[in-house]
Design a protein around this ligand. Structure first.
Ligand code: AP5
Length: 215
């Protein structure tokens, strides 16, 4: 099963992708994570990507489509792929359809995590994650059980993102509404959209996604 998790910054895409990876042996392909790896590469491209991300704008379609193309070539997940943060433009959605068709795969569902903007500021400014396994936490709603130690892998390499501040979030939201939210209508028209209440407690969101994927 290949699926897209769609929603604005802080909607819970990374959190829920982590659950699906653990339960269903799916592979999470997060363009945000790939771009954060690129920005630490020390290359000129990495520096350009870092500047764009810190401003809260979208990186060019060409770069992210190239990253997904490469990642799909090495794909080896029994449970299929979760696209987290991709596609984010109609051009990326068309490119994904072509890439999947060329590799003999299908897109099975698009899960939209529906939230409202007020909840997102608190979620984004309180977020931190494990630099080793990627598990996502929050200062008040989902802290690690032992302070400073990842629940999943025991690492003490817990990090905050450079773009997790209010100014950058406002720009990221603007980009979402201008360029990414048209994908809701696009996938609805294709009959692939399943909407989940992303404001519900994490365990309820997880159960709603499970139900949506078994439909
Ligand atoms: P990316 O890394 O994809 O970030 P994003 O889309 O802005 O989404 P986030 O990772 O911020 O949020 P999330 O939905 O995963 O929420 P999370 O689960 O962490 O992109 C970063 C940048 O890279 C972009 O701005 C752009 O520059 C570039 N980029 C990436 N992909 C691109 C593309 N395809 N094209 C062009 N540019 C691209 O949850 C957030 C917090 O809330 C956590 O602390 C969590 O614990 C908490 N939480 C989660 N669920 C709940 C819940 N149900 N109740 C209470 N708290 C919750």
């Amino acid at each position: 099963m290949n699926i897209i998790l769609l929603g604005p910054p802080g909607a819970g895409k990374g959190t829920q992708a982590g659950n699906l990876v653990r339960k269903r042996e799916m592979l999470q392909l997060s363009t945000g994570d790939m771009l954060r790896a690129a920005r630490t590469s020390g290359t000129e491209m990495g520096q350009r990507v870092a500047d764009v991300m810190d401003r809260g704008e979208l990186v060019t379609d060409e770069i992210v489509i190239g990253l997904i193309d490469e990642a799909l070539d090495g794909e080896k997940a029994a449970g299929g792929v979760i696209f987290d943060g991709f596609p984010r433009t109609l051009a990326q959605a068309d490119a994904l359809a072509e890439l999947l068709a060329a590799k003999g795969h299908t897109l099975d569902a698009v899960v939209e995590l529906r939230v409202n903007d007020e909840a997102l500021v608190a979620r984004i400014t309180g977020r931190y994650s494990c630099g080793d396994c990627g598990a996502v936490y929050h200062d008040s709603t989902h802290p690690t059980k032992v302070a400073g130690v990842c629940d999943h892998c025991g690492s003490t390499n817990l990090k905050r993102r450079a773009d997790d501040n209010e100014d950058s979030l406002r720009q990221r939201l603007m980009e979402y509404y201008k360029k990414t939210s048209p994908l809701v209508g696009y996938y609805h028209a294709k009959g692939q959209l399943r909407v989940v209440d992303g404001l519900a407690p994490m365990a309820d969101v997880e159960a709603a996604i499970d139900a949506a994927l078994s439909r």
